[in-house]
Structure formats: C-alpha cells, structure tokens
Design a protein around this ligand. Structure first.
Ligand code: MG
Length: 157
C-alpha cells in the first residue's frame, strides 16, 4: 500500500546562529533557534515520513525536553526515522519540499541540499525535490527574514 504524509515546520532566525537547511550550512548572519540544530527543512521531512508511516510526529520520537537531542544534527534524526519505517516494512518513494526563506537566495545551495537528503535516505536524486520560495516580503517575520518555514510531503510504499 502506498501512503502519503505531510510535514510543516517554522523556526525563528536569530543573529549569530548558524543557518542549517537540509543539513547544509547556508551563509547568513542569522540562523535557526532550536533544541537541535534547528533544521526546519529536515524537521518537516521527518514529520512527512512519520506521517506517511502512521508513526506520529517528531516531538513524540525526539522530545525537545530531552538533553540527548540538544544541538544534535537533524540529519541523524532523519536517518533514524528512515530506519524506523524500514523496520515497519516501508520504503520512501519520493520526497518533495518547499522552503520559504526571504533571504538569502537558496538557489546556489539547492542541489547540495537535495544530494545530502537523497544520500542520507539512500534514495536516487530524482526521488528528492526541493523548491526554494520567498515570502515576497509578506507574512510578518517570514517576509522580514526573521523566520524560515518548510513544508514537505513524503510518499512511501
Ligand atoms: Mg523544528
């Protein structure tokens, strides 16, 4: 049976923090606040995969009150979730995602992000798609570059 799952995440951007999206460091003066590395894109993808497999959400599996996840790379969590669904007999068919970030432009990083996610999940490049959007300077903190939003869908069988 094929199943789809949806993920969404938002992180505040703060001066002096590293901005990591899709496991790739993006050059920017502001970065993500978060208990982990604050990688909103990977968090959205994790929720999409968990959703497709009927396994709840990222907060249930990796609580932000648990010190073992403090500062952890979200790529580690992504790989763990992929193993989790494989144990249940599922495999990912494709991942598609939107990243809404006012600045900087993500286009120079898009292929590296895609490659990083595909290799972490053991997928071919054409099974992972990342779309970079801005907020057209609207939607409050998102449009002023003080937040990043990511949306993802995962299709599994
Ligand atoms: Mg998050």
């Amino acid at each position: 049976m094929n199943k789809a799952g949806l993920g969404w995440d938002i992180h505040k951007l703060t001066e002096g923090k590293p901005l990591i999206l899709g496991g790739i460091q993006i050059e920017n003066s502001k970065g993500c606040e978060g208990h982990s590395d604050g990688d909103a894109l990977i968090h959205a993808i994790i929720d999409a995969i968990l959703g497709a497999a009927g396994l709840g959400d990222i907060g249930e599996h990796f609580p932000d009150t648990d010190p073992q996840y403090k500062g952890i790379s979200s790529m580690v969590l992504l790989r763990a979730v992929n193993e989790m669904i494989q144990e249940d007999g599922f495999r990912i068919l494709n991942i598609d995602a939107n990243v809404i970030l006012q600045s900087p432009k993500l286009s120079p990083y898009k292929e590296a992000i895609r490659d990083n996610i595909a290799s972490a999940l053991g997928l071919e490049l054409n099974q992972v798609n990342i779309k970079a959007k801005t907020a057209e300077h609207m939607l409050g903190e998102l449009g002023s570059g003080d937040a990043v939003v990511a949306q993802a869908i995962a299709y599994i069988e």
